[in-house]
Design a protein around this ligand. Structure first.
Ligand code: MTE
Ligand code: HPA
Ligand code: MOS
Length: 770
């Protein structure tokens, strides 16, 4: 399966015609012009109704009754759909099977959906939903990780990973230090809110439009809730207006709710979440709390580590198991930990069920080891970059992770050294010290932090993909694959890959909507592996068609297959050159199959999900960022002044898209760690449920000096066109911002720095006061 990518390239050329070029995003023009369709833009079927959710107002309680009289009395309100209206299983078809479709006997967080109101218009449905009265007898609620740990309230059992003897290593370490801190969650804030549109078809078959990263899961959930077989449900998604992990599972709820309403009323039903409701209902990035004790020598080398990570999972498991696993897998980040003991708790609280978010636990794992690096440097009076360099994974030795995977593609040392030079880290460090010495109020800080992010779904079976490539009789090409487009440019990259593999110009290839009836059983587009998986599957499909076309020429000309080169829409053979269209026309009339499927599964990966040992990742993506910040020690305000990034995407398939992903990922990570604060009050009510109180970065927050460079080396593993995944890893480069902020705090006052994230003005002021 994994033959190297070579055949189409004309002799003597190394650069492929479409891959490697900054082709514009396939929807860029349509999106700018407003003609790219999202679910809510699609023409509506006659008779369409609109649903709006009824939300629990209590964090934990017994649901004694639902009074919908006032809602139903409004003209234009058709019905209220509750748990009793579910023909299939009332529990969602999640892996853990622990989440009711609609709360019926108990409510477990404020915002949990009890049912939906269906009406003639969206606004009417929403207004009516607020008139539904819930009779809830309140029970004690668990709202924080600390309370959950104390009560041993878990959605899944704890996981312990251990290597060597951490206790012994700590006992004999020349230095030790301990710390604890917390990192907040993050709202996805996709521009297009959650939405689904369910259409009943003939003979109890269904068509569902869903803004989802995982059409196959929508199909499965809807079928399960309706009590139907999967084949009765067809799901389509042309694109999402952003997802960021928030539509990996959470989009399923809207689809199931609208399908249940459509099933009862036998009318098409659309459910588009109001932004505030979206905040209240759907899960976010998992907030984490940490405790650690680390032992180290005079040079800052870590000799032993005990680490506790507690994830706030909310009221149900959702993806919390694999998220918390990925946090454990990334709590080494770039560093070799010889003697280590990690405890990972998956805490159940009465809040929204937290879910996938760009990085998928990786950020929450890495942030603690980076905090430890900063602590050690400050304790020893060393430069933090030196401490980081001292602890990096080695190439020949010190290269086995705490989960027993050998790091074979390590480029950390050269990558960090290069960034240190290009960002002029040492010179700037001196300049910052000089500035701080003469500036009593404004303090500056700087930090370089690395990223080593494992690529592959931690659930190994997800690492498979399918694609269909069609060549039509006019030589135009359509590619369909199991991935979804959320703005990340997957369709563009897949079209580039297909164009090159077939040997046609990029413009001849059209990527279509994701559709469960074309590619079945597709995995979520997630874990940054969209192009690795679907791009490869599409490449294999295109390769088969090309080979059939080549064979047609060989059969007619009697030449060797190597003598036929199809490139940029021209077919070169010993008898001359013809256009791709001419060849396709002849092949069609000779009854050559002009379409094909392709299938790919990632090689080499395996791991034991109980001990978390093995090779969960095919390879690692690397990167590093140097961030410089300034803080106002009187107000706690901060700014990110300068950012230099050196990031590894292997051989880039599309540098413009990759750089866009790096910039966007970094800024999103910066938002998570600086301004985006989720505040649940003492009743468990999320008070920051709108852009008025929840602050994502704006253009003005993007650093004025923001330079991104790409590492110039192909993926050392055999991956599509030598590329590497790019979607998530850059988010974690933003940890450099938090470390730089701590560096600035340390310049303002002596002693240990404790800074909870997000580093809002309040948290920075607290940190300055300690
Ligand atoms: N980029 C945009 N513009 N919008 C998104 O929703 N999601 C991110 C990342 N980049 C996202 C994005 C997340 S969480 C993942 S896992 C990857 O894209 C998924 O796409 P890929 O695997 O094709 O990179
Ligand atoms: N990343 C994203 N989504 C996932 C993963 C993962 O590693 N595993 C299961 N779903
Ligand atoms: Mo991304 S969090 O894997 O959808």
């Amino acid at each position: 399966m994994n033959a190297p990518d070579k055949i189409f390239t004309a002799p003597g050329t190394t650069r492929t015609p479409a891959c490697g070029l900054s082709k514009a995003h396939e929807s860029a023009v349509a999106q700018v012009a407003g003609s790219a369709s999202y679910i809510d833009d699609l023409p509506e079927i006659k008779g369409t109704l609109y649903a709006a959710p009824i939300l629990s107002t209590v964090a934990h309680g017994r649901l004694l009754g639902v009074d919908a009289i006032a809602a139903l009395a409004l003209a234009g309100v058709h019905d209220v759909i509750l748990a009793k209206d579910i023909p299939g299983d009332p529990i969602l078809a999640t892996f853990t099977h622990d989440e009711p479709i609609f709360a019926s006997t108990h409510v477990e967080h404020i915002g949990q959906v009890v049912g939906v109101v269906v009406a003639d218009s969206v606004m009417l449905a929403r207004r009516a939903a607020r008139l539904v009265k819930l009779d809830i007898e309140a029970l004690p609620a668990i709202l924080t990780v600390q309370e959950a740990l104390k009560a041993q309230s878990y959605v899944l059992p704890p996981v312990f990973v251990k290597r060597g003897d951490a206790a012994q290593a700590l006992a004999s370490a020349p230095h030790t230090l301990s710390g604890s801190f917390e990192v907040g969650g993050q709202e996805h804030f996709y521009l297009e809110g959650q939405v689904a549109y369910a259409l009943p078809l003939e003979q109890n078959q269904w068509w569902v439009y869903s803004s989802t990263q995982h059409p196959g899961e929508i199909q499965h959930w809807v079928a399960h809730a309706l009590g139907l077989a999967n084949h009765a449900v067809k799901v389509e998604c042309r694109r999402m207006g952003g997802a960021f992990g928030g539509k990996e599972t959470q989009s399923g709820h809207m689809a199931v709710w609208s399908a249940l309403a459509a099933n009862k009323l036998r009318r098409p039903v659309k459910l588009r979440m109001d932004r505030d409701d979206d905040f209240m209902v759907t899960g976010k990035r998992h907030p984490f709390a940490y405790d650690y004790t680390v032992g180290f020598d005079d040079t800052g080398l870590i000799t032993g580590l005990k680490l506790m990570l507690a994830a706030n999972c909310g009221f149900s498991a959702d993806l919390s198991g694999p998220v918390a696993d990925r946090a454990v897998f990334h709590s080494d980040n770039a560093y070799f930990l010889s003697d280590v003991e990690i405890a990972s708790y998956r805490c159940k609280t009465n809040t929204q069920s937290h879910t996938a978010f760009r990085g998928f636990g990786g950020p929450q794992g890495m942030i603690v080891i980076e905090a430890i690096m900063g602590d050690i440097a400050r304790q020893l009076g060393l430069d933090a970059l030196d401490v980081r360099m001292r602890n990096l994974y080695g190439v020949e030795e010190r290269n086995i992770t705490h989960y027993q995977m050998k790091v074979e593609d390590n480029i950390l040392e050269p990558l960090l050294s290069k960034l240190e030079l290009t960002a002029q880290y040492r010179r700037r460090r001196e300049a910052i010290s000089a500035w701080n010495a003469s500036s009593p109020v404004i303090k500056r800080g700087i930090a370089i932090t690395p990223v080593k992010f494992g690529i592959s779904f931690t659930a190994t079976f997800f690492n498979q993909a399918g694609a269909l490539v069609h060549v039509y009789t006019d030589g135009s090409v359509q590619v369909n694959h199991g991935g979804t487009e959320m703005g990340q440019g997957l369709n563009t990259k897949v079209a580039q890959i297909v164009a090159d593999e077939l040997g046609v110009p990029f413009e001849r290839v059209l990527a279509t909507a994701s559709y469960t009836s074309k590619i079945p059983n597709a995995s979520a587009t997630a874990a940054s592996s969209g192009t690795d998986l679907n791009g490869r599957a599409a490449q294999f499909a295109a390769r088969q068609i090309r080979e059939r076309l080549v064979k047609y020429v060989v059969d007619h000309e009697g030449c060797a297959p190597e003598a036929v080169v199809i490139r940029q829409g021209q077919v070169h053979s010993p008898k001359g050159t013809q256009s791709f269209e001419q060849l396709v026309d002849k092949a069609y009339h000779a009854r050559v199959q002009l379409w094909s499927d392709g299938f790919y599964k990632t090689p080499k990966i395996h791991y034991d999900k109980h001990t978390l040992t093995g090779r969960p990742f095919y390879y690692f993506s690397y990167g590093a960022a140097c961030s410089e910040v300034a803080i106002d020690t009187l107000t706690g305000e901060s700014r990110v002044l300068k950012v230099d990034i050196l990031h590894d995407v292997g051989t880039s398939i599309n540098p413009a898209i990759d750089i866009g992903q790096i910039e966007g990922g970094f800024v999103q990570g910066m938002g998570w760690l600086t301004t985006e604060q989720l505040v649940w009050n003492d009743k468990g009510y999320l008070s920051t449920h709108a852009p008025s109180t929840y602050k994502i970065p704006a253009t003005g927050d993007v650093p004025e000096h923001f330079k991104v460079a790409l590492w110039p080396e192909p993926n050392r593993e055999d991956n599509v066109f030598g590329s590497k995944a790019v979607g998530e890893p850059p988010l974690m480069l933003a940890i450099s911002v938090l470390e730089a902020l701590k560096d600035a705090v340390a310049a303002a006052r002596p002693g240990v720095v404790r800074l909870d994230a997000p580093a809002t003005a309040e948290n920075l002021l607290k940190s300055l006061k300690v």
